[in-house]
Ligand binder design. Structure first.
Ligand code: HEC
Ligand code: HEC
Length: 358
C-alpha cells in the first residue's frame, strides 16, 4: 500500500493533531482536580496533606465544588457557574483559577490568577478586595486593550453564577494560602483554628462591600480645556509623568516594574485609547485615588485629598490624552520613539521644514 503510506507520511501530523483535538472534545480536556498552590508545596508531606484535606472539605472538587461563603448553596447553582466557567473562562484562567489556562502563555497581560484575592479594577480603596459589582462590571465590559473579553450578551443570571464561581476559586486559593502560612508558623493545623481562618478570608470580602470609594467633590458638569490644562500641570508636578512620560505614552526609564503575580508590567500607554479600567470619568477618578492593586500604579489619595479638584483635572487630562490617537493629534513620541514608516516620513518632512526655516 505505498499510496496509503505516502498519505500518512504527508498527513500524519495533521491527523495526529486532529485526533488530539477530537479526543479533547475540541476544548481543552478538563482537569479532574484542583491544582495545589505554590504556598503549600514548600510544606512537609504531613502538613501538605492536612492543608489539602481542609481545602477539600471547604471548597470541594471541580466535579462537586462548594462555596466557602455559602456551603449550603444549591449544588445545581454552583455547578451551573462551574459549567459556564469551564466553557468560557478556563482556557485562560485555568481550572483552579490560577491563571494558567492553556492559552495563558501566549497572552500579555496574563490572565488573572485569582488565588491571591487581588483584583485591579475595583471601586474600593487601595489594598481592598473588589465589590461584587466590580467583578460583574469586569465581566460585562471585559478589559479593553487586553484579551479579557466582554460577556455582556450573557443573561444576568449567568453572569451572577460566573461571579460566584470566580469567588469560589478565589476564596479557595486564599484559604489554601492562609492555611499554608498557619501550618508553616505553627508546624501543625489545629482544627479548632480553621473556622477563624475561614472567617478571616471572608471578612475582607464583606468589608469591601461597604468600602466603595465616592468622589470627594462632585464631578464637574463639563470637563473643559481649562480642566485639561490644569490637569496637565498636575500630571507633570505630581509624579505621573515619571512613569507615564510627559506625553502619557509610558516608555520612560522608570516605567518597568513587576506586578504582584511576578510578571513584568509597564505604565499604561494612556494614549492608546483603550483604558483597561474603563473610560468613564469615575473609573479614571478611582484609578488615580485608589491606584491599581498588584501593580506599581500607586493610589494618590493622601497626596490629593487636600486638593480634590486636582483629581478631576487629572481625569480631564487622562481623557484628553486617551482621545488623541482617535482625534489624530497624537503627540510626537518621546525619547524611546518607535520608528514606523509613517513617523519616519513625517520626521523627514519635519526636518526638511525646519532646515528650510533656518
Ligand atoms: C482570552 C483569555 C480570557 C478569557 C477567555 C477570559 N479572561 Fe478574564 N482575564 C484575562 C486577562 C488577560 C485578564 C487580566 C487583564 C489585566 O491584567 O489587565 C483577565 C482578568 C480577569 C479578571 C480580573 C479583573 C481585575 O479587576 O483584576 C476577572 C474577574 C476575570 N478576568 C474573569 C473572567 C471570567 C469570569 C471569564 C469567563 C466568563 C474570563 N475572565 C474569561 C483573559 C481572559
Ligand atoms: C510608579 C509608576 C506610576 C506612577 C507614578 C503613576 N502611574 Fe499610572 N500606572 C502605572 C502602571 C504600571 C499602570 C498600569 C497598571 C496595570 O494595569 O498593569 C498605570 C495605570 C494608570 C491608569 C489606568 C490606565 C488604564 O488602562 O485604565 C491611569 C488612568 C493612570 N495610571 C494615571 C496616572 C496618574 C494620573 C498618575 C499621577 C497622579 C499616575 N498614573 C502615576 C504606573 C504609574
Amino acid at each position: 500500500m505505498p499510496r496509503l503510506m505516502t498519505f500518512f507520511m504527508t498527513h500524519g501530523p495533521v491527523i495526529a493533531g486532529l485526533s488530539l483535538l477530537l479526543a479533547s472534545g475540541c476544548r481543552p480536556a478538563m482537569e479532574s482536580e484542583f491544582v495545589t498552590g505554590e504556598a503549600v508545596k514548600t510544606l512537609d508531606e504531613q502538613l501538605r496533606q492536612a492543608v489539602a484535606a481542609i481545602v477539600l472539605e471547604r471548597s470541594g472538587t471541580p466535579s462537586l465544588p462548594k462555596r466557602l461563603s455559602d456551603p449550603d448553596a444549591s449544588k445545581l447553582d454552583v455547578q451551573h457557574g462551574r459549567d459556564l466557567y469551564n466553557r468560557y473562562c478556563q482556557q485562560c484562567h485555568g481550572v483552579s483559577g490560577d491563571g494558567k489556562g492553556v492559552a495563558a502563555p501566549f497572552l500579555y497581560p496574563r490572565p488573572r490568577d485569582y488565588r491571591k484575592g487581588i483584583f485591579k479594577f475595583t471601586s474600593t480603596p487601595y489594598g481592598n478586595r473588589p465589590r461584587r459589582d466590580d467583578l460583574l462590571r469586569t465581566l460585562r465590559r471585559g478589559i479593553p486593550g487586553t484579551s479579557m473579553p466582554s460577556f455582556k450578551l450573557h443573561a444576568k443570571r449567568d453572569l451572577e453564577a460566573l461571579v460566584d464561581y470566580v469567588l469560589l476559586l478565589t476564596q479557595r486559593g486564599e484559604l489554601e494560602t492562609r492555611l499554608a502560612l498557619e501550618a508553616e508558623f505553627e508546624e501543625e493545623i489545629d482544627p479548632e483554628a480553621v473556622p477563624g481562618l475561614v472567617t478571616e478570608v471572608l471578612s475582607r470580602w464583606n468589608a469591601a462591600e461597604r468600602a466603595e470609594v465616592h468622589p470627594l467633590t462632585n464631578e464637574p458638569p463639563f470637563l473643559t480645556e481649562a480642566h485639561v490644562a490644569a490637569g496637565r500641570e498636575a500630571f507633570l508636578s505630581k509624579g505621573c509623568s515619571k512613569c507615564h512620560g510627559e506625553d502619557g505614552r509610558g516608555m520612560t526609564k522608570d516605567n518597568i516594574g513587576k506586578d504582584t503575580w511576578g510578571y513584568t508590567t509597564k505604565a499604561a500607554d494612556l494614549t492608546s485609547g483603550l483604558l483597561h479600567g474603563g473610560s468613564e470619568p469615575l473609573d479614571i477618578y478611582r484609578r488615580i485615588v485608589s491606584g491599581i492593586n498588584g501593580t506599581p500604579m500607586p493610589g494618590f489619595k493622601s497626596s490629593l485629598e487636600k486638593e480634590p479638584e486636582t483629581i478631576w483635572n487629572l481625569v480631564a487630562y487622562v481623557l484628553h490624552v486617551s482621545g488623541q490617537r482617535r482625534a489624530g493629534t497624537i503627540p510626537t513620541p518621546g525619547i524611546f520613539s518607535m520608528v514606523t514608516p509613517e513617523s519616519a516620513k513625517s520626521d523627514a518632512s519635519d526636518a526638511s521644514a525646519s532646515s528650510a526655516a533656518e
